[in-house]
Ligand binder design. Structure first.
Ligand SMILES: [Zn+2]
Length: 241
């Protein structure tokens, strides 16, 4: 085989390995980054990333209240600055909020290995708006590497991964499609990832929100209970309890 082909194969292999180690949700190569707990009990944690994002987050809160389910929201702090009242509503309803960086730019992961400013700025903003200092953290893209994980520990943050609810979620699929996929993903002890926003851009999320109204009654029928991530993992939700 010509050298150029070998070079391409080699580069693809390196890229694949890098993706597997730093982005793939199950990777624990660099330390604890939980996506589930081992249990036979029918318990799961619903998580929502990239809000607050009106009116979808508002509708989601109504649906969760209607079904009396508590969830965990990983929100970029920049979104809290835009919608502080909605962030406070989420907390007041009993849901848990976690750090999801300040501005949710994947490229910022490469500016400093420790990701320091993104983490601390988000902590400060979330605490000043909601009075809660998160102890849970989810990286944009579930990105992980040793320096970041070490820094999270230093800031008292537990990293949280999860199973993506549906590959179609990103394409704004209808509620039925997302719900059908999500029901296949659910299993005892799993953390499930949905999105009520898009990074810090906001945008249409009716499919994801509608899917929640479909899956909760179905999963309740199957005997499932819904826990917040801290309760599922047995860790603290906040640092200033
Ligand atoms: Zn996100």
């Amino acid at each position: 085989m010509p050298l150029v082909i070998w070079t391409i194969i080699f580069l693809l292999a390196i890229l694949g390995l890098a993706y597997y180690l730093t982005v793939w949700f199950k990777t624990q190569a660099f330390g604890y980054f939980p996506y589930a707990v081992k249990t036979n009990k029918k318990i799961i944690a619903l998580t929502f990333d990239d809000g607050p994002n009106p009116p979808y987050t508002n509708e989601l809160l109504e649906i969760l209240a209607k079904h009396q389910v508590l969830a965990t929201f990983f929100m970029p702090a920049k979104n809290l600055e835009k919608f502080p009242e909605l962030a406070r509503e989420i907390v007041a309803a009993g849901h848990v909020i976690g750090n999801h960086s300040y501005c949710h730019q994947f490229s910022n992961h490469f500016k400093t290995l420790k990701f320091e400013k993104e983490i601390t700025r988000a902590q400060t903003v979330i605490e000043s708006i909601t009075g809660k200092k998160p102890a849970l953290y989810r990286s944009p893209w579930l990105f992980k590497q040793p320096w970041l994980l070490k820094n999270l520990k230093a800031h008292g943050l537990t990293p949280v991964a999860g199973f993506f609810s549906s590959n179609w979620e990103v394409w704004k699929a209808p509620a039925e499609t997302i719900a059908k996929d999500a029901l296949k993903v659910v299993a005892p002890g799993r953390i499930i990832i949905f999105h009520d926003g898009f990074d810090t851009q906001g945008g249409y999320r009716a499919g994801s929100v509608g899917a929640i109204d479909i899956i909760i009654p179905e999963l309740k029928k199957q005997g499932y209970e819904f826990l917040t991530v801290d309760k599922l993992l047995g860790v603290n939700a906040y640092q200033n309890l």
